[in-house]
Ligand binder design. Structure first.
Ligand SMILES: NC(=O)c1ccc[n+]([C@@H]2O[C@H](COP(=O)([O-])OP(=O)(O)OC[C@H]3O[C@@H](n4cnc5c(N)ncnc54)[C@H](O)[C@@H]3O)[C@@H](O)[C@H]2O)c1
Length: 283
């Protein structure tokens, strides 16, 4: 019965591919895992949230796909190695990687809005210049550790497996940056800087890995309807209007819209794209 419900949805753009998705427990990562599975890929979901990861496995299976969950903190080299090995051990190959694990601030817990609200409440009324002089260096280090170093470690572990197991040619790596990589208003010092660095690293890796036949691209989403932006809706009207007023299409994007962009970059249809950033951001 479940199988019959999915017939017609599997169009096979990722047939015989194996994808690793970090941050696959929620939001953009989860939507991408499901979208890739609909197109025939087997999925390894890496996330630090076990229950959320298990739910993504269930959702992938519900569309007729195959998935395994590996508990991963992307800042751990050992965890990343285990995640990359799980692709080979469970599905015999590794062809696509999407790195969606990320945090907007050090206390972020996906699905728990309390730390976001506390941050909003604790923000002292100050000028932008004072916000800078009072900025805590530990915040920068913590956000860079997950968003930049974590992305690097995930890709490093996956590329090593691709080279070891002769599946590098035709592979596609997709990082998740943000419009905040290019627009300071959207991200602030630590988050925006980390995403600009992810974008820059994407370009460096595109050059380093082109000789092996691996493409490396980035997606820079605008405001997307996930746990990460839930707090924006609780901001004072004026701040909310300032943020959303920058979006010509006048709405948040959906995780599925980002997943569709990732599907294009993962598929052979994007065979001449490398070192690019695509912005599904409503304008
Ligand atoms: N939502 C947006 O508007 C938006 C816009 C631009 C970019 N992004 C980026 O998209 C990516 C996905 O975010 P989202 O909006 O889906 O948020 P989300 O909170 O729904 O998903 C983020 C996932 O990353 C996981 N994660 C966080 N730190 C981790 C770690 N150290 N190790 C392993 N997993 C970890 C979380 O558990 C969660 O499942 C992030 O990199 C985010 O910065 C989001």
């Amino acid at each position: 019965m479940a199988e019959a419900a999915t017939v017609g949805r599997m169009t096979g753009r990722l047939d015989n591919k194996v994808a690793v998705v970090t941050g696959g427990g929620n939001g953009i990562g989860r939507a991408t895992a499901i979208r890739f599975a609909e197109e025939g890929a087997a999925i390894v979901i890496g996330d630090r949230q076990e229950a959320a990861g298990a739910e993504t496995v269930r959702l992938v299976e519900a569309v007729g796909g195959r998935a395994v969950f590996v508990k991963v903190d992307v800042t751990s080299r050992l965890d990343n190695d285990a995640m990359a090995r799980a692709a080979i051990e469970n599905f015999g190959s590794l062809n696509v990687v999407l790195t969606a694990a990320g945090v907007p601030h050090p206390d972020y817990v996906s699905g728990d809005i309390e730390p976001d609200l506390k941050r909003m409440r604790d923000r002292a009324p100050t000028t932008p210049a004072r916000a800078f002089t009072e900025f805590d260096r530990d915040e920068l280090a913590a956000v860079m550790e997950v968003n930049l170093t974590g992305t690097m470690l995930s890709l490093q572990a996956c590329v090593a497996q691709m080279l070891d197991h002769d599946c590098a040619r035709g592979a596609s790596l997709i990082t998740i940056a943000s419009i905040a990589a290019k627009h300071p208003d959207a991200g602030g010092l630590s988050y925006g800087t980390s995403k600009a660095a992810v974008w820059y690293m994407t370009k460096v890796l595109a050059r380093s890995l082109a000789g092996e036949g691996i493409r490396v691209n980035s997606i820079g989403p605008g405001f997307i309807e996930t746990h990460m932006t839930a707090v924006v809706d609780l901001m004072p009207e004026e701040s909310k209007a300032r943020l959303y007023g920058q979006v010509p299409m006048g709405r948040k994007g959906t995780p599925r819209e980002i997943a569709n962009t990732a599907l294009f970059l993962a598929s052979d249809e994007a065979s001449s794209f490398t070192g690019e950033i695509l912005h599904p951001d409503g304008g």
